[in-house]
Design a protein around this ligand. Structure first.
Ligand SMILES: Nc1ncnc2c1ncn2[C@@H]1O[C@H](COP(=O)(O)OP(=O)(O)OP(=O)(O)O)[C@@H](O)[C@H]1O
Ligand SMILES: [Mg+2]
Length: 252
């Protein structure tokens, strides 16, 4: 459902995403991990069709995003890391607006919107303006907006940030349930326990390149002995021993 071939993004001389190849299948819940500045957001924004690749191909549900962007994006929902919401819409109006962008309206949309708002405890707030929402409430509304038109593929950049434990739990269940029903989700996260427990497959990206990809078991098998948790695998692959290195310097 998502196919990346040689996907590359350069800013001047700097290569943020370096010839990434990746395939994510129908019904897969795929996690994207990597240190700050690794290229996760850049990759996800390119998949969502809001950032133009320097080189490479993106296919969504078999449709080439560059050749037919409208058809490819029709199959997509995107939850950005720094979302924009119209402050002067109510929560319910915002969901209606997003569904409308996908040419969906009517009783079915209203029903889904109501169910999503109820799921995230936003029922009482559905007719209030977004400007009165807290950070987490906005996040829950943005998440709801990616599901309201029931796209085949959802792309999510750091969905757990700002959510309370109950909302984070609901989101995890929603991700799992949605993919069990044959949809595809790719999301980035810094929460390794979430990635480890939730994802069917993972990719670890650093310096714009995929360092490892596969199921937890495949990552474990690929790692050197002694790496059984995702944290160890992650830190080994991304070469992050900064605190120890610093202490070595300070103690020297
Ligand atoms: N518009 C831009 N112009 C120049 N460089 C950019 C631009 N956007 C991103 N970059 C660079 O590209 C690299 C990858 O950034 P990106 O936002 O994709 O990282 P990330 O993996 O999402 O990191 P984080 O975990 O901090 O969200 C970084 O070095 C960043 O500075
Ligand atoms: Mg990012």
């Amino acid at each position: 459902m998502i196919e990346l071939i040689g996907l590359t993004k350069r800013y001047g001389d700097f290569t943020a995403v370096d010839a990434i190849d990746l395939q994510v299948g129908r019904g897969e819940l795929f996690g994207f991990l990597g240190p700050n500045g690794a290229g996760k957001t850049t990759t996800l924004r390119m998949i969502a069709g809001i950032l133009k690749p320097t080189a490479g191909t993106i296919r969504i549900a078999g449709i080439d995003l560059a050749a037919d962007p409208v058809a490819a994006k029709a199959a997509l929902g995107f939850i950005p890391d720094r979302p924009f919401i119209y402050e002067k819409l109510t929560g319910r109006e915002f969901l209606r607006f997003v569904a409308g962008l996908y040419q969906q309206e009517g009783a079915e949309v209203e029903h889904r919107a109501r169910e999503l708002l109820a799921l995230f405890d936003l029922e009482e707030w559905q007719d209030e303006l977004v400007e009165s929402y807290s950070h987490g409430m906005r996040q829950k509304l943005i998440i709801s907006s990616a599901f309201v038109h029931r796209p085949a593929v959802i792309v999510v950049d750091e969905p757990m940030v700002g959510l309370d434990p109950k909302a984070a739990r609901i989101l995890k269940d929603l991700f799992r349930e949605y993919t069990h029903r044959g949809h595809t989700i790719i999301f980035s996260t810094h929460t390794l326990e979430v990635a480890e427990s939730l994802c069917d497959r993972l990719a670890i990206i650093a310096g714009g390149k995929i360092r490892a990809a596969g199921t937890m078991q495949e990552l474990r098998d690929g790692a050197q002995h002694g790496a059984d948790g995702l944290e160890q695998i992650f830190l080994r692959l991304t070469g992050e021993n900064a605190a120890r290195d610093l202490m070595d310097v300070l103690d020297a």
